[in-house]
Design a protein around this ligand. Structure first.
Ligand code: ATP
Length: 681
């Protein structure tokens, strides 16, 4: 591919807007392979062409490639339901809704239904071809429509895009490509519809686009400087620079213009963590026992913090006269606000409208003159009478949006455990400092206020009995257990977006032998029996495979639900019912295993299990066990129990099938060890 040196789209000239058809050609090339290196090469080649011909369109091009119209914190959601899209396809191609529905029933992929409808449509006049920028703007318009009559406006926006799609090929049977084949031609209609559904289904991970972008820019910069093509080492260097910048500042809106202006290798100087732009939080690895913790941290200083059971909250603050220093904050900034106070979830979702009571008090938490900070915290429901932490379920009863301070019934206390940015000392974030330094700074600059803002309780000890005592105390204080963290050394820096071995979680449940819980996506349901026939009584759950972008089934679950919960889920899930399973669901096809209804992948539930087994009925991680188990068997959960809804997680953040496989293998290893020991006894 590299040797051919060919541009993937020969008709587009320098300075012209990037044709959407060119992007779709690249998508089709990507779709035709599963090899990551080839996918990477296609994307990098295309991005090089964009850089050479129309660099100003680089940002919308990357956004369309990652299926996101803006950074997560901008709160722009598409995920438009099937029925609306079907209506728009019908109306824009002159086919009845019934025919579209029948096609969907037969083909099962709305993207291909759109391509087929468009391909069969006689064209009276030729609309102007779509551009990447135009499609991005069109989709953004659709996403932003709100309020009265928004459904109709959305449909009309979709129709506009679809009518202009494939203007070169429409009416010609799509150049004879078999569009009912999933690997069909570069149909623009197909990719517009898939974008609207929230999944391009190309097997193109967001990470791959980031790497392709780094490679493209390194190659482009070398060419512009008249140098030889970059060596693999230089490409890897560029990749690591971009990855590290993106983990501190996950906003292409800021990074891409800066990269075009200053060059990739200068990015770390100009693009750093900024208050106003949530960074992806650091995550912890699960551990099974305190002795495992001691083994891991042997000879190192570490601390054991209480693990509060609430909601992750990244709290950002910038004083009005400093806001101009942080361009990324413009997205977060409310128009009537001069300074910035915002709370972001684990998912980088803006929760400011959920916590106005907290935001109103930020300035009173700080001891000295402050102009900006970013805190990593957990918000927890607080019992104001008995002055103690309340269980997580209480926090969940709070309204999520447009909360008025005077209506707040469930008070929250914020427990701060990290300080990532403070007063922008020469715009240096604190993330590279050791945890001990960050913690000292946090304690120095902020003042705790009981029931409102407190520091996470901790003990710095490496004595097993003392850790055990801390764990018990934490549980008594309504916490989930401990977070054990590396304290000194360079390894104790804050690692955005990483599930790091330098943070270990020790939950009380692990110790009881229950194991970690899983966060799973609800794909289907079965109607209840007896008293429960009007609601769903059991559900089909799945784990996520990020490599293939599929949801792989893992269990049926029917226990752990109260009657009220079942009612609530019925209400929540009914609008998500779809005609047939999505093509990216991996499930048993045996008739008796089919659920009564299928859903759009939206809800994520936390589930606990007694143990894991292999079963032909489920598909989770089946590819990992192929060959060893006679094939076709996936990991499944025995006696799964519902714990809670994970409203803070998107379906793509569900437990991965790789993690499921790891859990299964660990369990097998333990079982063998125990069996071995028994043998010796
Ligand atoms: P993860 O966030 O690791 O994917 P999860 O969302 O299921 O997993 P847990 O397994 O409960 O969460 O553990 C991590 C979470 O614990 C953090 O994301 C944070 O919200 C919370 N937490 C509570 N106390 C602390 C603390 N002292 N330090 C770090 N995180 C804490």
């Amino acid at each position: 591919l590299k040797a051919s040196g060919k541009d993937p789209y020969p008709d587009w000239k320098a300075g012209e807007p990037v044709p959407y058809a060119a992007l779709c050609t690249t998508f089709s090339l990507v779709e035709m392979t599963t090899k990551r290196l080839i996918i990477l090469a296609h994307c990098s080649l295309f991005l090089q062409q964009v850089l050479r011909l129309t660099p100003n369109d680089l940002l919308p091009t990357v956004q369309l490639m990652i299926n996101k119209l803006a950074a997560d914190y901008a709160g722009i959601e598409l995920g438009i339901g099937e029925s609306l899209i079907m209506k728009a396809i019908g109306e824009s191609t002159g086919r009845s809704l019934q025919v579209i529905k029948a096609d969907q029933h037969e083909i099962g992929d709305l993207g291909l239904v759109a391509a087929k409808s468009r391909g069969n449509q006689p064209t009276m006049f030729k609309p102007k071809p779509l551009t990447v920028r135009g499609v991005h703007e069109g989709l953004l318009g659709i996403a932003k429509v709100q309020g009265h009559g928004s459904q109709d406006k959305k449909i009309s926006g979709i129709k506009k895009l679809l009518s202009a799609a494939d203007s070169a090929t429409a009416g010609k049977g799509n150049k004879g490509v078999d569009i009912t084949n999933d690997k069909g031609g570069p149909s623009e209609a197909k990719f517009i519809v898939r974008f609207l559904e929230g999944k391009l289904r190309l097997g193109l991970a967001e990470r791959t686009v980031l790497v392709a972008l780094a490679q493209a820019i390194v190659t482009h910069e070398a060419a512009v400087a008249g140098e030889k093509p970059p060596t693999p080492e230089r490409l890897a260097e560029g990749e690591s620079v971009l990855k590290s910048v993106y983990s501190e500042l996950p906003a292409y809106e800021v990074i891409i213009p800066a990269m075009l202006e200053h060059g990739l290798f200068n990015l770390p100087k100009v693009c750093k963590l900024q208050p106003g732009v949530p960074l992806k939080p650091m995550l912890a690895k699960p551990t099974k026992s305190i002795t495992e913790v001691l083994d891991r941290f042997e000879g190192k200083e570490f601390t054991c913090e209480y693990k509060y059971d609430g909601e992750r909250a990244q709290i950002h603050f910038v004083a009005p006269d400093h806001i101009h220093k942080y361009p990324g904050s413009a997205v977060t900034l409310q128009r009537d606000q001069k300074g910035l106070s915002a709370i972001f979830s684990r998912n980088s979702e803006d929760l400011s409208k959920k916590y106005p009571d907290v935001l109103g008090k930020l300035e009173s938490w700080v001891k000295e003159d402050v102009n900006s900070f970013v805190l990593d915290c957990e918000t927890v429901a607080w019992d104001t009478i008995n002055k103690k932490v309340l269980p997580f379920q209480q926090l969940m009863t709070r309204k999520r949006k447009d909360v008025k301070v005077e209506d707040v019934k469930v008070k929250v206390c914020v427990f701060a455990f990290d300080l990532l940015f403070f007063n922008g000392e020469h715009r240096q974030p604190c993330v590279k400092k050791s945890l001990r330094e960050r913690r000292d700074l946090l304690h120095q600059c902020f003042q705790p206020i009981e029931g409102e803002f407190q520091f996470a309780q901790f003990g710095d000890t490496n004595v097993l009995d003392e850790i055990q005592d801390l764990l018990e105390e934490s549980v008594k204080a309504s916490c989930e257990g401990l977070m054990v963290k590396m304290l000194d050394t360079s390894e104790s820096g804050y690692e955005p977006s990483k599930r790091s071995r330098n943070w270990l979680k020790v939950k009380k449940d692990y110790l009881a032998g229950v194991g970690d819980s899983l966060d799973l996506v609800v794909l289907g349901a079965y109607y209840g029996r007896g008293k429960r026939t009007s609601v769903y009584g059991a559900f089909l759950l799945a784990a996520y495979n990020p490599n293939t972008d599929t949801y792989e089934t893992i269990c049926n679950i029917g226990t752990g639900f109260s009657e009220a919960k079942l009612e609530e889920f019925h209400k929540e899930l009914s609008p998500l019912v779809i005609d047939r399973p999505k093509p990216f669901y991996s499930h048993s096809t045996v008739p008796k295993d089919q659920p009564d209804v299928w859903f759009e992948p939206r809800l994520v539930w936390e589930v606990k299990t007694a143990d894991l087994t292999l079963s032909p009925r489920y598909k989770a991680a089946a590819d990992e066990f192929e060959g060893t188990t006679g094939g076709g068997k996936g990991v499944s959960l025995r006696f799964p129990r519902f714990i809670k809804s994970r409203e803070d997680k998107k379906p793509e953040q569900a437990t991965t099938t790789r993690a499921v496989a790891e859990m299964y293998r660990k369990q097998e290893a333990v079982a063998q060890e125990t069996a071995g020991k028994r043998g010796v006894d």
